[in-house]
Design a protein around this ligand. Structure first.
Ligand SMILES: Cc1cc2nc3c(=O)[nH]c(=O)nc-3n(C[C@H](O)[C@H](O)[C@H](O)COP(=O)(O)O)c2cc1C
Length: 362
């Protein structure tokens, strides 16, 4: 029989027991209650993660992020992510969050925005593996349930990589997500899947492979090459919210469902309505939609014509006119599984000042 303290710390079962795990990556300004609900509609991942709660002397858990936990209607567990370096305040915040229906507490060791890493939090901590060890020990000690870590493979080199994985092992972390880039590599470089494979071999807990998991087929290839327990998907779930369902189909040996441009038109409508808010002026809402559509447009047409026209809209009516023109002219046309080469989401910024949708592209 499993001892109670171990049972209490086992990961929630996946949707299809025995399959590799899937998770929606935490994304600031994106993975809120509304977006999680939309993704769940098309096929939830096994796990959700909140965007990060900022932790410092004066911080209180942000109310809009708490909504993604307290009003979680996805039917799947949500882990609460923290970013910070002050141990008493990290503990205080974890204890507060544990009073909400979280699946566990997750520590961010990856945010690459200079504004963030200069404070020695997120990816900045990767310059100080000894400090990471203290933080992991402290959060482990105050988290009776699941405690997970999300890391990049280093700051400007990969020297601390193994030492961080050793801390993960030493303190009994329950799940490790590895984004296979250094902080300095931001979001566009090749992903170092060899390091994810090393993490999967070294870590005693399951490892989720993260970075450019673009499709169900790529997920299967990355799982085979890294021997990870699952995949974590961010930007490509904004582009294609069917991706988790397609992964489950692929893992079961079936052909992933084909998505058409008409399906995408329906997704745009659903996302628009889900993120609409009486206090949010139409122009601002359209601008927010354009940020999601930057990713969606990468699979609509090879020339970037949808992106070009979509970026020039400023009202709801204009936005949906452009969507109708590009997505309903040939409604049965496939939405490409992979982004079209060279069709890049803008703004084309590789040094974001925050981990926000305004600044990060694919
Ligand atoms: C808009 C945006 C916001 C992000 N915010 C966070 C965050 O709050 N916490 C975090 O650990 N990673 C954050 N990330 C990084 C993602 O979780 C993920 O590691 C990265 O995008 C690579 O995965 P992908 O290629 O599947 O997008 C963010 C990424 C994007 C694009």
């Amino acid at each position: 029989m499993t001892p109670p303290e171990v049972a209490a710390r086992s990961l929630p079962a996946g949707i299809i027991p025995g399959q590799p795990l899937t998770a929606l990556a935490p994304m600031q300004d994106v993975t809120d209650r509304a977006f999680m609900g939309v993704v769940a509609h098309y096929g939830a991942p096994d796990y959700f993660f909140t965007e990060f709660f900022r932790v410092h002397g004066q911080s209180r858990p942000e109310r809009h992020i708490l909504r993604s936990i307290d009003e979680n209607a996805t039917g799947r567990p949500v882990f609460a992510q923290l970013i910070g370096e002050d141990i008493p305040h990290l503990k205080r915040t974890a204890q507060k969050l544990l009073k909400h229906p979280v699946a566990g507490i997750d520590l961010n060791l990856g945010c690459p925005a200079p504004k963030v890493y200069k404070k020695n939090v997120g990816g900045g901590l990767l310059r100080d593996p000894a400090r990471i060890d203290e933080i992991i020990a402290a959060l482990r000690a105050c988290t009776p349930g699941l405690f997970t870590v999300k890391m990049r493979i280093g700051f400007d080199n990969t020297t601390p990589f193994e030492s961080v994985v050793e801390s993960v092992n030493r303190h009994g972390v329950n799940l490790l997500s590895v984004h296979g880039r250094t902080v300095k590599e931001m979001y566009r470089s090749d992903v170092h899947y060899d390091f994810i494979a090393r993490a999967a071999a070294l870590a005693r807990c399951p490892v989720l492979a993260n970075g450019n998991v673009t499709s169900a087929n790529r997920a299967a290839e990355i799982l085979a090459s890294t021997k990870s327990a699952g995949v974590m998907i961010g930007r490509h779930a904004i582009r294609n919210p069917w991706i988790f369902r397609q992964c489950r189909e692929k893992f079961a040996g079936r052909t992933p469902t084909l998505i058409t441009l008409a399906d995408v038109r329906e997704y745009v409508e659903r996302l628009y309505r889900a993120t609409q808010n009486a206090d949010f002026p139409e122009r601002a809402h359209v601008n927010k939609m354009k940020k999601y559509l930057n990713f969606v447009g990468q699979s609509v047409d090879a020339t970037g014509a949808f992106l070009h026209d979509m970026r020039r809209t400023s009202t709801e009516a204009e936005l949906f006119t452009v969507c109708d023109r590009h997505l309903l002219a040939n409604p049965g046309q496939p939405f490409a599984d992979e982004p079209y080469p060279g069709v890049i989401a803008r703004p084309n910024c590789e040094t974001p000042s925050s981990c926000s949708l305004d600044e990060i592209t694919a």
